[in-house]
Design a protein around this ligand. Structure first.
Ligand code: AMP
Ligand code: MG
Length: 357
């Protein structure tokens, strides 16, 4: 049985309770934005500031030991990135590019896009930032989506989703074929965490845990000298239930899973939000989730999406070959990890119905 999270983050319980109300989540944004700092007295290393907002369509919680004002800087960093890279936000670089097919994007968007295209090439499209037409068609995570699109509609859009057709000119102008579109949803949160962690470190913070949707940045260790413990989420449970824990210090981790955004159709089939470029449908490789640990958030995020699409077998092979630390949770309740993952991070299985193989 899965356990309930009772560690690292005082706000985690609040957030998970709120996120249980799936459809009304947006309406709770304002409420959560009003969440003020919580000061945790009694920790040997001083006072922890914890601050939660709703940004990039998810909860953003910063828990750290340092100046409480720094959380506002973190909020601004993430919302600026959202304003540049969101597919749906009017006026963003990606919105403008998708609308007009040719657009000079900001330096920051260019960096994330180039990284995305490199990883797309490396993973042969398992990570694909050009899936916007299909992501729009599926509408997963949008209110009111309750049925999959017709196969003919999927097939009509598939030819428009080849990442190799995105042309990046020197100077930052990007050109797309008619009907094509980009979506950086699989990589932008990890990048945002890189920037937030960089800012906190520059301001002298040596202990923090920053959580943005499926990605987490860990700075240092807890003030008592122990590593931060991250829960491997129970794929079938609520956001606060976990099946294992991993200890991390100075690392970024991202998990791509079937539970992040999905809908259940009338026939009971569950459709999640990570699409396989080969089929244009949610990736079906027998996985519940894929977790990556890296020294960069942008990489942990992109690879968690890519290796989820590959599945455990091909994903493990790819990760071992490329020195990526990866952990997979399969639908038949098996947990597999790369040698590097097992060697570097202290892992503890806490659910007796799962097995490490
Ligand atoms: P993540 O939760 O990081 O795995 O990212 C999933 C999000 O990335 C989705 O909600 C889409 O916006 C986008 N996405 C879906 N499938 C892919 C894919 N195969 N490659 C890259 N991005 C994807
Ligand atoms: Mg990702």
């Amino acid at each position: 049985m899965a356990k309930k999270a009772a560690f690292f983050n005082p706000f985690y319980r609040v957030c998970s309770r709120v996120s249980g109300f799936k459809l009304s989540m947006r309406k709770l944004t304002a409420l959560l934005a009003a969440c003020a700092f919580v000061f945790l007295a009694g920790c040997s290393g001083g006072t922890a500031a914890s601050h939660t907002t709703f940004v990039m369509d998810t909860f953003f919680t910063q828990t750290y030991y340092g100046d409480p004002g720094l959380a506002g800087e973190g909020d601004k960093i993430v919302s600026d990135i959202e304003n540049k890279m969101s597919r749906t936000r009017e006026g963003s670089d990606i919105y403008n590019l998708n609308e007009s097919g040719i657009y000079e994007v900001s330096e920051e968007t260019l960096y994330v896009l180039k990284t995305a295209l490199d990883i797309a090439a490396e993973t042969r499209g398992a990570f694909n930032p050009a899936l916007a037409p299909l992501i729009e068609l599926w509408g997963i995570g949008e209110e009111g989506t309750d049925a999959p699109p017709r196969q003919s509609e999927i097939e009509a859009l598939l030819p428009l989703t080849d990442y190799r057709d995105a042309d990046v000119w020197e100077g930052g102008t990007v050109v797309l074929p008619p009907g094509a579109g980009l979506d950086l949803g699989g990589i932008a949160k990890g990048y945002a965490l890189d920037r937030v962690a960089e800012n906190l470190r520059a301001k002298g913070v040596i202990s923090a845990l920053i959580d943005l949707g499926g990605s987490i940045a860990v700075i240092g260790k807890k003030p008592d000298g122990t590593a931060y413990r991250i829960g491997v989420r129970d794929p079938m449970g609520s956001a606060s239930e976990y099946i294992a824990t991993v200890e991390l210090a100075d690392a970024f981790t991202s998990t791509s899973g079937i539970y992040e955004r999905y809908f259940i159709a009338d026939d009971g089939v569950r459709y999640h939000h990570i699409l396989d470029s080969a089929t244009g449908r949610p990736a079906e490789r027998g996985l519940f989730s894929c977790m990556i640990v890296s020294d960069q958030g942008i990489l942990s995020d992109a690879y968690s999406t890519a290796l989820f699409v590959m599945g455990a077998e091909a994903g493990l092979h790819y990760a071992e070959k490329n020195g990526i630390d990866a952990l997979f949770v399969t639908e038949d309740k098996k947990i597999m990890m790369t040698d590097g993952f097992a060697e570097k991070y202290s892992f503890e299985l806490t659910a007796d119905d799962y097995e490490v193989i």
